[in-house]
Design a protein around this ligand. Structure first.
Ligand code: AMP
Ligand code: MG
Length: 342
């Protein structure tokens, strides 16, 4: 069967997508973070299809998506005051919370953990689909496992084709944020940042006061390390070519890359730096002083570099501050933490 391409604006879309989800089928959905590969979170055979389609390791738990913040209590228990405050401030929006899970959520969704990652996304069509389905929707980023996330419907079709590997895709245009959600673990005494995203550490600290940052955010996790969630040890966001971050002035970075100019080498940089790399393969991803634009453009740029098949990619990476922190985190992961001072 062919993959159905549904439009976000079509009033019939929520009903069609909800019906497919309740039949146990996979539906790719737009969110403000990235496109998700959705399935009924309460149906183990449906969520099994997510792991199969993505090639996702079975021990990497899924985020469940709810239509309305009030639904939090249906799937989580022992909800601390801090979680209520975060939900009131940032939902609907790009924030995922890890909380103790109720027994009604199947083990396959949580990879057997006693917690679940939960989020109320912002995109109206997706909330309408979830509301109509009447079940939470488990949805990891819709990319094939290990490749850059999907921020357009075209990215999803690039990965899965249209011959029915997924039942339908809902095209909602480009994702507003462009990076996966911020994840905060709230099931222990001190809130802990597991993944930075569109909601920044500064914004979280305004509400929470104290926030620890997990070591998975800061550095590379060894394959056999003990981590909060099994999924955290997997390499994410890795393009096929070798990504190397060049840290230093714009001129020094350009001099370094230009000395290594070749048809198999490319540069990933800010728009204002592109003219410095005359004659080289250049892909830009936003403006240096506008981290939101970098977040919005990063995955599309990594995919473009992948499709062109460059062997080496020299990347310019923003400083911390606001969403720049999350951009830096994704780019460092894509680079396997290889950073050159130039
Ligand atoms: P993805 O949806 O592909 O962006 O990945 C979901 C992320 O959420 C992974 O990094 C998981 O490790 C993380 N995650 C999901 N459930 C939990 C949980 N119960 N505890 C901690 N992290 C989780
Ligand atoms: Mg992912």
């Amino acid at each position: 069967m062919k993959t159905l391409c549904l439009q976000a604006e079509d009033p019939k879309t929520p009903e069609i997508a909800a019906k497919l989800l309740l039949e146990g089928r996979l539906v790719a959905i737009p969110t403000e973070t990235v496109y998700g590969l959705g399935a009924n979170a309460l149906d183990e055979s449906a969520t099994a299809k997510i792991f199969e389609a993505k090639g996702r390791p079975q021990d990497n738990p899924l985020i469940i998506h709810i239509a309305d913040p009030e639904d939090l209590d249906r799937w989580c228990r022992d909800i601390p005051e801090a979680a209520r405050k975060l939900a009131a401030r940032f939902w609907p929006g790009p924030l995922t919370m890890v909380l103790p899970v109720r027994d009604c959520v199947p083990k396959r969704t949580t990879a057997g953990l006693n917690t679940v990652a939960i989020r109320c996304p912002e995109t109206p069509v997706t909330r309408a689909i979830i509301r109509m389905a009447g079940v939470p929707v488990a949805a990891p980023s819709a990319n094939l496992s290990g490749t850059p996330s999907t921020t357009t419907a075209q990215h999803v079709l690039h990965d899965y084709g249209t011959d029915g590997k997924i039942a339908a895709i809902v095209d909602g245009g480009e994702c507003r944020v462009g990076l996966e959600s911020t994840i905060v673990d709230l099931h222990e005494d001190v809130p802990r940042l597991l993944r930075p995203g569109g909601i920044t550490p500064e914004q979280l600290r305004e509400v929470l006061g104290e926030l620890q940052v997990d070591k998975a955010v800061i550095g590379q996790i060894a394959g056999d390390a003990v981590v909060r969630a099994p999924g955290m040890k997997y390499i994410h966001y890795a393009p096929k070519g070798d990504v190397i971050i060049l840290r230093g002035t714009a001129e020094a970075a350009a001099a370094y890359a230009l000395a290594r100019k070749s048809s198999s080498v490319a540069v990933l940089c800010y728009e204002e730096e592109a003219p410095l790399y005359g004659g080289m393969n250049v892909v830009t991803y936003g403006h240096e002083n506008d981290p939101e634009s970098l977040a919005h453009g990063l995955f599309a740029a990594l995919r473009e570099l992948d499709d062109a098949g460059y062997a080496t990619i020299y990347a310019r990476c923003p400083e911390e501050g606001g969403v720049g922190y999350a951009v830096q985190n994704r780019l460092k992961k894509a680079a396997g933490f290889r950073i050159l001072e130039v």
